[in-house]
Design a protein around this ligand. Sequence first.
Ligand code: MN
Length: 705
Amino acid sequence: MIDVEDLIALVRNYNPRTNADLIRLAYAYGLAMHEGQFRKSGEPYFTHPVAVAAILTEQRLDDATIITALLHDTIEDTRSTYSDITAQFGAEVAELVDGVTKLTNLQLSSTESQQAENFRKLFMAMSKDLRVILVKLADRLHNMRTIKSMRVEKQAQKARETMEIYAPLAGRMGMQWMREELEDLSFKVLNPDARNSIIRRFLTLQRESGDVVHKITADIRNELEKVQIEATVYGRAKKPYSIWRKMQEKDLAFSRLSDIYGFRIICDSLPDCYRILGVIHQRWRAVPGRFKDYLSQPKNNGYRSIHTTVSGRDGKRVEVQIRTREMHEVAEAGVAAHWAYREGVRTQNPFAIDPGKWINSLTERFGEGDHDEFLEHVKLEMYSDQVFCFTPKGDVVQLPRGATPLDYAYSIHTRIGNSCVSAKVDGIRVPLWTRLKNGQSVEIITAEGQRPQSSWIDIVTTGRAKAAIRKSLREEDRGRFIKLGQELARAAFDHVGKKATEKALRTAAKMLGLNDEQDMLARLGSAELTARRVVEALYPELAREDLDVVDASRPVLGLQDDQAFRRAPCCQPVPGERIVGITYRGKGIVAHAIDCPALAEFEEQTERWVDLSWHAGRHAAVHTISFELTIANDAGVLGRICTLIGEQKANISDLRFTDRKPDFYRLVIDVDLRDVEHLHMVMTALEAETDVAQVSRHRDLARKP
Ligand code: MN
């Protein structure tokens, strides 16, 4: 186990102003907490956090990150708590340790490739601070380096996870060495035969053609010396995993694989990079199409380099990368280059990518915000508008922030959304409007015959769920409207002494130019069409007779010949009720009920008052009255109410819901009535119905004549 003073020395190398006392405290704290715990290998457990911290010193990270590494398993595995760590090491470290713990607790049970990208996003979404991911990657790297002591099945699972999630994550953050090492360690577990055979072939190759790496390195150095350019040249065989992947991708045998060696030339300045490129291309033949200039166009994780491939003496290809020292640092450390210290200060590497810009480039969202502040504690905002949840099988589902179990259900399948009755989050029953959080597992409980509720529209956030709910509600409405239309048609036909047979309805629909009788009934039920027009379509002569009773356009006495007449929409008086006429300029005479509160404003204008009275004869059922109803939300109630109204030979001309509660609906129904007697018949019939909680005349003073 690395001694605390050795660890501090590693930090001091790049950060002389490190808070050594705090590192000592964290070391002692971690050691005490993990006391008595051992790794599978038999070593004391604390060797692991110390090794993770040491890995992070190679990336020259700040004190908070090093201390987090020392404490990263304490909350999870010991009696230590978040508040304990806050008290001893401050809020910053506590937040970081807590972040690592959350990632550790994720159950990545499904590592199918199509899920891997979601997992990587989940990681970023759950890490409020980039340093959490850096610690988690170092943690995984150490676990992979020591994987041999694990159980065999566990090894395979960890290796798959590493290959699918952690290695690409390291690559995305620009840490190529870490990516390669994680891949190779996983490859060793997942496919040891393939890896061994590649290593054997390397050895054979070396026996046949000698140490190629050494020879080419020397050649390059020699060429550079001739033109007096200072540079460091490294050469290496590519990692077995990347060779194996190339063999798979290009379906090539090892012997036919070109560029299995890679060389790096690290120089001092940008002009040198291009001069070196000239030297290389003069000495060896460049392979067309393989030249890439990431100096003028860096990758979005800050990577800058010149890449070229040349063919050597025996036609073998080698890849050469050329870059400056500072660029190399970024290429190795990636985004972490920003935290790196050198000689006690944050390095001002001009090529280090601003993590804020990096994040923006990943999400293509360019925010404002103070970048210096941002750098202090780089927040991973890239997926902050997303939330990632698990299915019971362990797949990750990506949803917009604010999504509820209903959104989740609809994202799985419309059928599951429509038949959703309740949901469990992490095994606990929750209301459907619960907002989901990252990493929660969600289970939807469905029931046959369940239908979407209109209140669901306000619960869901995804367009997909909203559209599905609306569609279902519309279909349900249509069913209801058809039923209502049937009742309306029956009442209207009865009224003229005819039967509303299917054939009669179909013929009427045809006469009205509609698709079929269902279409007609739905329109009738939704008041797009009046029952009168349906009857008229079949029996024009009967309809006219019905209208002959009292002239519906002039049902009152007291009008002058040229005066237009209307019923006031505020009080909706009907024949039999006492009325008063008020003249409105340009609108003729409007009849108000004698007790209408709207009359108060005409008290001083006696010249506008007109004496009116209803005709004594039989009136047509054309006087619309609005009823306000509260009814039980049970199957069939609405249908019964419409039947009741139909039985009273009254026509429903409109119906609108004003409130839908799980147990009660409130609605306003417009009914066309003959007179006050007819009104009482309808109200009495409605009041007698058990499922009607309340019925009243709906008077709306806001409706001006
Ligand atoms: Mn660990």
